[in-house]
Design a protein around this ligand. Structure first.
Ligand SMILES: [Zn+2]
Length: 273
């Protein structure tokens, strides 16, 4: 069996805040040294989301534990199955994230971390999830959890469901007012559904309707690695769409409220004249 060599790890920020568990990376001595050296003063700050501050922050490496392996001082030859590193948030000494690594020669993988990558990633989008419908929030949560565990295709399935639900809900809301036909809508391709609904959908979605094809290609044809590579772009796009959609709905509701008020005034003045 031939296996392709692991991808190269270029910086520790990506490894600590994006890499799922058990994903192997080949790396260089310089990167390894920066991973296993306690930060002195303000040096080597690592940017990432702090799940305790609930916002993005910077971290420094505050604790490194390497049990006594052979070649302890030769980082490129050292093999160690249970190394740990703790990083601490610049805003508070109590905000810590702890990692466990397995390192064999120049290949390193994360084998544990607390809080989990899924918890950190979900905390990062918690403010958006608060405003989502319950089912959207649940499925968005699942998508992020799956991506954090290296399941790319599965994460796309959930994002696609959130997207489809938005389109279907919008159709159901406006179909009687617009006189749209149920069977024609449900048989149509997504592209045509978006064209039909475009006046009632966020502009970003209408302009970037390709998002749906990317999600569909992901589900049917891309491999796990490509889906994971595209996951963040898809996740951020869905967030923009949901935010825009919320604003659009609020704006429509506000307009409706005021037109009703104005109509009431007209009715009253007609009665009194
Ligand atoms: Zn913090």
């Amino acid at each position: 069996m031939t296996t392709s060599p692991p991808p190269e790890l270029k910086n520790i920020q990506e490894f600590l805040f994006e890499a799922p568990l058990y994903k192997k990376y080949s790396t260089t001595s310089a990167v390894l040294r920066s991973l296993y050296t306690i930060s002195a003063g303000n040096s080597r700050r690592i940017d990432g989301h702090c799940p305790y501050c609930n916002r993005s922050s910077t971290f420094v490496i505050t604790k490194v534990h390497v049990p006594n392996p052979e070649h302890r001082h030769d980082i490129s030859r050292r093999t160690c199955l249970s190394e740990s590193v703790t990083i601490t948030c610049a805003r508070s000494d109590t905000h810590k994230i702890m990692y466990f690594f397995r390192k064999i020669d120049m290949v390193v993988e994360k084998i544990g971390q607390h809080p989990s990558l899924a918890d950190i990633a979900n905390d990062e989008v918690a403010q958006y999830r608060k405003t989502m419908a319950k089912l959207d929030a649940q499925e968005f949560h699942k998508a992020i959890g799956l991506a954090a565990h290296g399941v790319g295709v599965g994460s796309f399935v959930y994002l696609r469901r959130v997207f489809e639900r938005l389109i279907t809900n919008r159709f159901e809301e406006f179909k009687s007012a617009e006189g749209w036909d149920n069977s024609r809508f449900y048989a149509a391709r997504m592209e045509d559904k978006i064209t039909l609904l475009q006046d009632h959908l966020p502009d970003f979605l209408v302009r970037n309707r390709k998002i749906y094809s990317i999600l569909s290609v992901g589900v049917h044809a891309l491999d796990e690695k490509d889906c994971l590579k595209w996951f963040d772009v898809m996740k951020q796009s869905i967030l923009i769409i949901l935010e825009d959609d919320k604003k659009k709905k609020e704006e429509l509701a506000r307009r409706e409220l005021f037109s009703q008020a104005i109509e009431r005034f007209e009715a009253k003045s007609e009665n009194s004249s």
